[in-house]
Write a protein that binds this ligand. Structure first.
Ligand code: BGC
Length: 766
């Protein structure tokens, strides 16, 4: 084991800023990135190199933990980002010694500048790369624009908006001193109990892939050169969205076929569009933790896909190889397994540098492996322009945030991502002079912001009740039952039922709460699993009491995972799935309720009948739903792709440009979509395929394309899709990727339901 002393000696010897006054070649922006990296890496000591692979949490974050926790708590947990035996006051010296290359969770630009200031005093003055979870806006920072959560974004099926939201997020992030966002989360969410469903783009491989690409393109905008662009992270590699018991970080046992067919594609697409960082998953896959999985990070990611960026560990997961997975007996062994597998950066803290230096000294990890990890990290810093300027203008940070333009994008995304699921007797849209009664824990709550957000200034958030009040022409009667979704008092429920009687229409806003800071009250978000997917607490009683008043009742769900309440589906007059629609979400909900916006969102995930029905994805295998349950209906509550509008769309004349093609061919599928109703609207047209007979079983249908079209009342439009051989390909008996000759059903329509789809037959010839 290398001694602390020897590290110190190396640092002291190398520590004097010998080049202090003259520019070194790597500091010359006129040189190419490669020349700069070659020059810089040749100057670096082993410790400085490993320093680049070392990430720490921000000093303020550590200080907060030090202040709020007892010594015992400090030593017990790793989730608070504090380091036993390392006081925050020692961090500046670590940076100045070149032993830290990156920070995360730095939540204000002044701190970012301070940390960069320390880095500029280090021997080689290598700037820090600062990462943050800007998952749907830079939400950990107060005053940011909070866009709808990824699941809500996916419900919009609008890639342009997703791209735009991420261009804007990169701007807000950079203005606040962070350059790297730990997004997109391209996990495939197949289990509604999992707390992280809301930060994914749903259950479908194709939709998730497209959404992931849009996020990467928005954040990185090509090679992320320049002061307003950021680095994206494809995470979590891989398969955490289908945990055995619905709980975060639980094991995944999954066939190689499913891994390659269902879970890899969004990551492969991310590599193809140049995503520059990857994050490993908390979970094990087939017995090997992702963080020690050489097959994933070396064989597949580097060798097969040609990934050129760097891989970061997830929060303390290298440590968990020892403490949780128990595949390593010591921290040094854990570090060995990770770095050997292909991990390039440690999130986070001091238990990395020394063990890794020791492993290199002993020859278990080569210095070439270290260089291979450091090069892309340096390349990122060069491209981001950090060597030229790592300080941000504190005066400009505020001005870049929550701008009118950014708010408009957040609003539009919410308008398009909210899904209307039921509208009996066309109760919606309401007239503005109808007397409305509103209640429910999420009616006047920041729960609309979702996970990965800290409390935002009230003036930046339009809650549902505020949105309704702003649009109604008569007073809205709001009865506040508190904002805890877990408990509502019996007296409040009774009072709500009484007060609803006075109104023409009642609106009950219920669901979940995934707000980060709401430690006791949250029911969704990271690490918050559920064993059922009903409304939590007494919320259903509240809905029933209001409905029992005899006043027609509209239920609005604010939630981060599919929620299943068959009673509501049967009895409420209308049901709106708002998901977590962001800063202006309440305005968007109100605009839909009053008909200023015609709803157009479609579900990116199936709503099962109950938790017991999981897994009930739309793209299931043919035998999955042959037998039925004796104690419950077997069908889902809502299907993937469902979503209503205030107008009617009709589909006709599906035509294939030819009914046969070779194994490399393509055909055009076109059909006419007509707005047969009386008002303009958007429709998301979906293309599915089915391999009718195959040697290895295939899903009953798979999404392969979608288009959002806007149609005026009475307007018709021809919508075309190119069906390519690649869309029909799969892994055959021998795990070879290709198209098997035979018949395929091509389906186009309004949702994944058979009754909504027009079908055509395509023969693939040998
Ligand atoms: C999460 C990651 C996240 C990281 C940093 C982890 O607990 O799993 O998704 O990026 O923390 O906040």
């Amino acid at each position: 084991m290398i001694k602390k002393l020897s590290i110190l000696v190396v640092c002291v010897l190398m520590g004097s800023p010998v080049w202090a006054d003259s520019k070194r070649p790597y500091q010359d922006p006129a040189l190419s990135d490669e020349e700069r990296i070659d020059d810089l890496i040749a100057r670096m000591t082993l410790v400085e190199k490993i320093g680049q692979m070392s990430q720490y949490v921000g000093i303020e974050h550590i200080q907060k933990s030090e202040k709020n926790m007892s010594i015992e708590e400090m030593q017990a947990g790793d989730a608070q980002g504090l380091y036993p035996n390392l006081h925050s006051s020692k961090i500046p010296a670590l940076i100045e010694r070149g032993e830290v290359g990156s920070f995360l969770h730095v939540k204000n630009p002044a701190e970012a500048n301070l940390l960069q200031g320390y880095a500029s005093k280090s021997r080689l003055a290598i700037p820090l790369i600062i990462g943050i979870d800007a998952i749907h806006g830079n939400g950990l920072v107060k005053g940011s624009t909070i866009y709808p959560t990824p699941l809500t974004m996916a419900s919009s099926w609008n890639l342009d908006l997703v791209r735009e939201a991420n261009v804007q997020t990169a701007r807000e992030m950079r203005a606040n001193g962070a350059q790297w966002s730990f997004t997109p989360n391209v996990d495939i969410a197949r289990d509604a109990r999992w707390g992280r469903v809301g930060e994914t783009f749903g259950e479908d491989t194709y939709l998730v892939s497209e959404m992931g690409v849009a996020v990467i393109e928005g954040l990185q905008q090509g090679d992320f050169r320049g002061p307003e662009k950021g680095l994206a992270t494809a995470k979590h590699f891989v398969a955490g969205g289908d945990p055995i018991n619905g709980l975060n970080l639980s094991p995944m046992d999954i066939s190689m076929r499913s891994l390659r067919q269902d879970f890899f594609p969004p990551f492969k697409r991310a590599v193809d569009v140049g995503v520059f960082s990857f994050m490993a998953a908390h979970n094990e896959i087939n017995g090997v933790p992702a963080h020690a999985n050489r097959f994933l990070f070396h064989d597949v990611l580097r060798e097969e896909w040609g990934f050129k960026g760097f891989v970061v560990s997830d929060w303390m997961d290298i440590e968990r190889l020892k403490t949780m997975h128990r595949v390593a007996e010591t921290q040094t062994e854990a570090v060995f397994q990770s770095v050997d597998a292909g991990l390039d950066m440690h999130m986070h803290g001091p238990d990395f540098l020394e063990p890794l230096a020791d492993l290199v000294e002993k020859g278990r990890i080569s210095e070439a492996r270290i260089d291979a990890a450091v090069r892309p990290i340096l390349l990122a810093k060069f491209r981001l322009g950090l060597f030229e300027s790592s300080q941000v203008d504190l005066g400009e940070a505020r001005a870049a945030m929550f701008t009118t333009e950014h708010q408009q994008t957040a609003l539009q995304m919410a308008q398009q991502g909210i899904v209307l699921l039921k509208n009996e007797g066309q109760i919606l849209p309401l007239k503005k002079d109808q007397k409305v009664f509103v209640t429910g824990p999420n009616a006047d709550s920041q729960a609309i912001l979702g996970d990965w957000v800290f409390a935002q200034p009230d003036e930046n958030v339009t809650t549902v009740v505020e949105g309704l009040k702003a649009l109604s022409s008569v007073p809205v009667d709001f009865y506040d039952v508190g904002s805890q979704v877990k408990s509502t008092s019996a007296s409040a429920i009774e009072a709500a039922g009484q007060r609803a009687k006075e109104a023409d229409v009642a609106i009950v806003v219920v669901g979940e709460n995934a707000l980060r800071q709401n430690h006791k009250g949250k029911t969704g978000g990271e690490n918050v699993g559920r064993s059922s997917i009903n409304l939590i607490g007494q919320q259903l009683d509240l809905v029933k009491a209001v409905q029992g008043s005899g006043t027609p009742t509209i239920v609005v769900l604010v939630n981060n995972r599919p929620l299943s309440e068959p009673w509501i589906v049967e009895n409420a007059s209308a049901l709106i799935e708002a998901w977590e629609p962001g800063s202006l979400g309440g305005q968007a909900v109100a605009e839909i309720i009053y008909g200023e916006v015609n709803p157009s969102g479609k579900l990116p995930i199936t709503i099962p009948y109950s938790a017991g029905h999981i897994q009930s994805i739309y793209n299931h295998k043919p035998s999955a739903l042959v037998r039925t349950y004796v104690d419950a209906p077997s069908q889902n509550l809502y299907e993937f792709g469902d979503g209503l509008s205030y107008t009617e769309f009709e589909y006709s004349d599906l035509e294939l440009s030819k009914d046969e093609m070779g194994p490399d061919g393509s055909v055009k599928a076109s059909l006419t979509v007509t707005n047969a109703g009386a008002r303009a609207g958007d429709e998301v047209v979906q293309l599915y395929i089915r391999d009718n007979f195959s040697r290895v079983t295939r899903p009953v249908k798979e999404l392969k394309g979608f288009k959002r079209v806007s149609l005026a009342a009475g307007e018709s439009q021809t919508v075309d899709f190119q069906v390519t051989a690649e869309m029909l390909a799969y892994y055959d008996l021998k795990m070879k990727w290709g198209v098997e000759p035979g018949d395929f059903t091509i389906m186009v329509g309004a949702s994944s339901r058979n009754r909504d789809l027009k079908t055509g037959l395509l023969k693939v010839t040998p």
